[in-house]
Design a protein around this ligand. Structure first.
Ligand SMILES: [Ca+2]
Length: 320
């Protein structure tokens, strides 16, 4: 496989999504061959509008945007939308003008399937929102999980509290049924959870450095970051923001920034622990057959070189 790694970013922009997209566009190791959209931080229609807008800001309207599902994999319409984290527009309440571009005709799931067939084993899907589109691709094409090179997931709170409630992390909580389909699909899955991303913090000082730089994306990001910093001050009493999406993106760019454990992951889909992702390290052979026993292994991030990730994010956001 020659040349940069082909990636499709499935996204719900989202302030940290915007950062991740900009980092990707300034990363020579990867070629962004498309953005696909999903609800999460905002509803899917607004996610599409924001994805198109971000590509226009970046001057990359050559990259196609495929709109994703408006409902969960079980056709659920009661979605959890985190606009209180990212602003009602998803991008820090800046009232940006509507984008000129339009999404392509294909749905996100159709686009995944098409690209994975076109470049078997070469496409990495970086899923930065609920996993509905990815699960739909798996259902649409039984060969998708084999044809896709890798699925890097921002999701889960492995052995730590969630960020929606003590049990669940937001992206898995957004569509637990879809998440369970993806984790048990047999695809080459790598999950980066908040047990790891909560170690990767962009501080007030980092933001000042960003603001003073002449980077292509710095001014834009400093504008939209206000809302995100306020939320973190209130919710976590931190003087900084978690770099969830950029960390997952960088795991696709350079996996050696993190370490991983291998095992099976299942997701609780009902009850008070709905959205809880449980990792089984396959160390113990249980006497009984369990719901994890015959499931394929995935990789789950365990540690992260946080200073290096922050440095890389900063470098790439500040480069021109
Ligand atoms: Ca996101």
């Amino acid at each position: 496989m020659a040349g940069p790694k082909k990636i499709i970013i499935d996204t719900d922009p989202g302030i940290d999504d915007a950062m991740a997209i900009f980092v990707a566009l300034n990363s020579p190791e990867v070629e962004v061959i498309g953005l696909t959209t999903i609800y999460g931080n905002v509803y899917t229609s607004l996610a599409t509008r924001n994805a198109l807008h971000l590509l226009e800001v970046a001057g990359r309207i050559d990259i196609p945007v495929a709109e994703g599902s408006h409902v969960t994999i079980t056709k659920g319409t009661k979605l959890r939308i985190a606009d209180f984290v990212h602003g009602v527009d998803g991008l820090g309440n800046q009232n940006f003008p509507p984008p000129k571009g339009k999404p392509i005709k294909q749905s996100a799931a159709e686009f995944f399937v098409e690209q994975a067939n076109l470049y078997p084993g070469e496409v990495t899907v970086v899923a930065l929102g609920p996993l509905t589109n990815v699960a739909m691709a798996i259902q649409l094409d039984p060969l998708f999980s084999k044809n896709v090179g890798e699925i890097v997931i921002l999701g889960g709170a492995f052995a730590v509290n969630g960020n929606v409630n003590p049990a669940a992390e937001a992206n898995i909580f957004g569509d637990p049924d879809a998440a369970d389909i993806v984790f048990t699909s047999g695809a080459n899955v790598l999950a980066v959870g908040i047990n790891v991303t909560h170690q990767v913090v962009l501080t007030d000082d980092d933001r000042d450095i960003l603001a003073k730089s002449n980077g292509k994306f710095s001014d834009y990001l400093c504008k939209i970051l206000d809302v995100y910093f306020s939320y973190h001050r209130e919710a976590y009493s931190t003087k900084g923001v978690y770099l969830h999406d950029p960390t997952a993106l960088l795991a696709a760019v350079n996996p050696s920034l993190l370490t991983y454990a291998e095992g099976a992951v299942r997701v609780q889909t009902i009850g008070i622990t709905r959205g809880l992702a449980i990792f089984y390290n396959k160390q113990k052979r249980f006497g009984e057959v369990t719901e994890w026993s015959d499931k394929p292994s995935v990789k789950v991030a365990v540690t992260v070189d946080a200073p290096r990730v922050v440095k890389l994010v900063m470098e790439r956001l500040m480069s021109s």
